[in-house]
Design a binder for this molecule. Structure first.
Ligand code: MTE
Length: 336
């Protein structure tokens, strides 16, 4: 696998630069960003799991592209899993945001039955040595699937705990050898109004686009996700390939990805374009910065009875120790 070289970020080229903020903000003992990046470059994430005990991704690759794949093999990664009890399959897959299928929380599960997540391909574009179109199987082939139990916090102030199956995004991105101009990564959802009835009305400017700064994309918590609860993703959850960025509001976790583009400039993202005062590019979970129309101090944990239980929202959704150092010096009220 190619060694990833972290590009230098030139402040004038981006809207918000990672500068320095003092340790102890949010009470976090943030580890040094430099050390994290060095670890990434050395492939430390991959070393967490013993290859011999892992899934057999080759089983995924030998099947015909359109056939339904055998159940995923995976291994839980406790290093990146929380100890909270996961929500049930039912709770995770019947209350969804996937506006391509409609605006109601039940629309994605009720209207996604005929969506075809296979065969699938992803275009890799932009500032990288290796670009082009890759099948889903090509993307997954060299990687072992991990199960990680993450908290998930929607900007609408509900939350849940999900056992995702996926691959650290950094391991996939490194294969395409991003160059020194790759300062951001843009992700795009399939545009297909025939399959996505919601795309026939102009709720947002389709297709759905999201983006991360390159250091966010290369953070070991960022997961390219293909399954949940030990099964492949169901259509309503973003089959066959979605992003999960657990310290950010759920809208960053884009579903059904068909394009990944390395860019020098901050990409224009769907919700930020639609309502910039309400949805920032960063969208880091932050109980101290309210949405203009509601408080973000608490969240409703789904599954805790009819209305769920109200619990305190944690800075960076509880992942401050891991990620606060990425935002050192950044005014989190301004860059929300
Ligand atoms: N991705 C696409 N393509 N379309 C969407 O409408 N909704 C986002 C995000 N990804 C969305 C999307 C929002 S607002 C949330 S909260 C999460 O998906 C919801 O993921 P879930 O339905 O699996 O919980």
């Amino acid at each position: 696998m190619a060694k990833f070289t972290y590009p230098k970020i030139v402040p004038s080229e981006i809207e918000a630069t990672p500068a320095e903020f003092g340790p102890g903000e949010f009470g976090a003992s943030a580890h040094s960003r430099r050390a994290a990046l060095a670890a990434l470059a050395a492939g430390a994430g991959a070393a967490l799991l013993a290859p011999g005990a892992l899934a057999q991704p080759s089983a995924i690759n030998t099947r015909s592209a359109a056939a339904s794949p055998p159940p995923p093999s995976f291994r839980r990664n406790p290093r990146w899993s929380v100890s909270e009890a996961p929500n049930t399959w039912e709770e995770i897959t019947t209350y969804n945001n996937f506006y391509e299928f409609g605006l109601d929380k039940a629309d994605p599960s009720e209207r996604s039955g005929s969506f075809k997540p296979r065969p699938w391909s992803v275009e890799i574009a932009g500032e990288a040595a290796k670009t082009g179109r890759y099948t889903l199987e090509d993307i997954l082939k060299p990687h072992a699937l991990e199960e990680r139990i993450y908290r998930f916090r929607c900007v609408e102030a509900w939350s849940r705990v999900v056992p995702w199956l996926g691959i650290p995004l950094k391991d996939v991105l490194a294969r395409f050898e991003p160059n020194s101009r790759a300062k951001f990564v843009e992700f795009t959802t399939l545009l297909d109004p025939k399959q996505f009835p919601g795309q026939r009305s102009r709720v947002i400017d389709w297709p759905y686009v999201e983006g991360l700064r390159i250091d966010e994309a290369m953070h070991p918590l960022t997961l390219l996700t293909v399954g949940l609860h030990g099964r492949w993703l169901p259509n309503q959850s973003g089959a066959p390939l979605r992003l999960i960025v657990p310290w950010k509001y759920g809208f960053k976790s884009i579903k059904s990805i068909v394009r990944i583009r390395f860019t020098e400039r901050q990409p224009a993202t769907s919700w930020n374009k639609a309502a910039p005062d309400e949805y920032g590019f960063f969208a880091n979970v932050n109980p101290a910065v309210d949405h203009p129309r509601w408080s973000q101090a608490k969240e409703r944990r789904l599954g805790g009875g009819l209305f769920g239980s109200r619990i305190d929202t944690l800075p960076f959704n509880g992942y401050a120790n891991e990620v606060a150092s990425l935002y050192r010096g950044l005014d989190l009220r301004r860059f929300y």
